[in-house]
Design a protein. Structure first.
Length: 449
């Protein structure tokens, strides 16, 4: 009567009651498990395949922890790293200049220098666009940045005047010599003063050029690290996309109707062991080896930069060499006889200035050539020396750089866990098959009632 008062549909009368509810639940559970059961063996098989694949990788890594394999890995990693350095020093967009390049102002800020300074540490102020510094506002790295520093050095050197020549300097250089009666001595004094002024102007500029170029070359190592890190990331994403296990994850994930997944039936999660076993070919996993490789590179460029600087310092001509050049110039000036000290000083200063300008032009050109020949070209073509050093690393040093003992302990631990998981998965498969058979028998008996 209560149901009739609610005006229910009498067509549903056969579905009301405890027995009907029990039958409905049995039908629902049977339908649910019938849909889920065919997928469980597939998931178990896929988990087993994934586990076995990881196990093979771990075993491969363990077998690779011998000196022959480590040496091969070291050589391959060094070759890849050095090839990227060479590529950037010859010219390449692979380093992403928009992200890793520097404008001239950014370079100076990062290096911690405001501008070039003279021998008194006074800043040499100038606007790069006025002195026609190429690409001063463009982000550069590698060879292009190296050459921009050389261009800036040339502009600074070309605009450096001869420091003021004072009467005491002329008198000190002449000593007790009567310059008005001895033309050759007058030429010698002018040559000596010009030689001193050239050193005063160029020595600090060479030191700054050495420091700036060394900074540019060291930056290349950071850019190569970023390039390789980006490459590894792309390879990892590509591998994950193509990995069969990824397509199976959705299948293994239980839906609301699937009460338990295959891995949950064992009582613990399926991710007890890391499956991201990385090969020894990815040298970013070995910071000690990377540090060693960088140290070899830094030692190489520091040695080459020092050679280039020493070659530049050899360009300072002796007073005698300048004297030979000045002799021809002095013949056009006429005798100094009858002239006073100020006039003699002015004549000496004029000849010294002319010698300074000629020597400045020659030195600027030769310094640029020295940095090309003894620094840029070796970095472009002689990095095989570093590769050779890597080849001859001792076995104990390889063990230390690749942290062999740490890796062996890690891989042996993972190997044990993976073997245990393999055994457990096999047991779960057997338990599931037995449970399926029992379930079929019980459902058949229930349906027969």
């Amino acid at each position: 009567m209560a149901l009739e008062s609610l005006k229910y549909d009498k067509r549903f009368t056969p579905k009301i009651g405890i027995y009907q509810l029990r039958q409905y639940l049995l039908d629902f559970l049977w339908t649910t498990y019938r849909e889920f059961l065919p997928e469980v063996p597939k998931v178990l098989k896929q988990v087993q395949e994934s586990n076995n694949l990881t196990l093979l990788k771990v075993e491969s890594e363990l077998n690779g922890l011998n000196h022959q394999k480590l040496r091969e890995t070291a050589n391959n990693c060094a070759m890849e790293w050095l090839q990227n350095v060479e590529k950037l020093m010859k010219g390449s967009l692979d380093g992403n200049p928009a992200q890793n390049g520097q404008t001239l102002a950014e370079e100076k800020e990062a290096k911690g220098v405001a501008t070039w300074v003279d021998d008194n540490y006074e800043p040499i102020q100038f606007e790069p666009q006025e002195w026609h510094i190429p690409y001063w506002d463009t982000r550069l790295y590698g060879r292009q940045q190296f050459e921009r520093v050389l261009a800036e050095f040339k502009a600074v050197a070309d605009h450096r005047p001869i420091p003021e020549i004072t009467l005491p300097e002329v008198a000190t250089a002449a000593g007790s010599i009567n310059l008005s009666k001895n033309v050759s001595e007058y030429v010698w004094v002018a040559s000596d003063i010009a030689q001193q002024k050239i050193q005063t102007v160029f020595r600090p500029l060479i030191e700054q050029l050495y420091s700036r170029e060394l900074y540019v070359l060291k930056r290349v190592a950071k850019i190569v690290d970023k390039m390789l890190k980006s490459k590894r990331k792309q390879e990892s994403l590509k591998a994950q996309t193509n990995r069969p296990g990824n397509r199976l994850q959705n299948l293994a994930q239980p839906s609301p109707r699937h009460i338990h997944s295959a891995s949950a039936s064992s009582g613990h999660p399926s991710s007890t062991v890391s499956h991201s076993v990385k090969g020894t070919r990815d040298f970013t996993d070995f910071p000690f080896f990377v540090r060693c490789l960088k140290d070899l590179y830094f030692n190489f460029i520091e040695n080459q930069a020092l050679i280039a600087k020493e070659k530049c310092l050899e360009e300072f001509a002796s007073t005698r060499l300048l004297y030979w050049e000045a002799t021809n110039l002095a013949g056009k000036k006429g005798p100094l006889e009858g002239k006073g000290p100020l006039e003699i000083k002015r004549s000496v200063a004029t000849l010294a200035t002319e010698l300074f300008h000629n020597t400045r032009k020659r030195m600027t050109k030769n310094i640029l050539l020295k940095f090309y020949e003894f620094l840029l070209i070796p970095v472009q073509s002689n990095l095989a020396e570093i590769q050779q050093q890597v080849t001859y690393l001792s076995d104990p040093l390889l063990d230390e750089l690749f942290q062999v003992q740490v890796l062996r302990d890690k891989y042996e631990s993972e190997h044990r866990q993976l073997k245990e998981k393999k055994t457990k998965l096999q047991q779960e498969e057997q338990i599931f098959e037995q449970a399926v058979q029992k379930f079929k028998q019980k459902t058949s008996a229930i349906q027969a009632l």
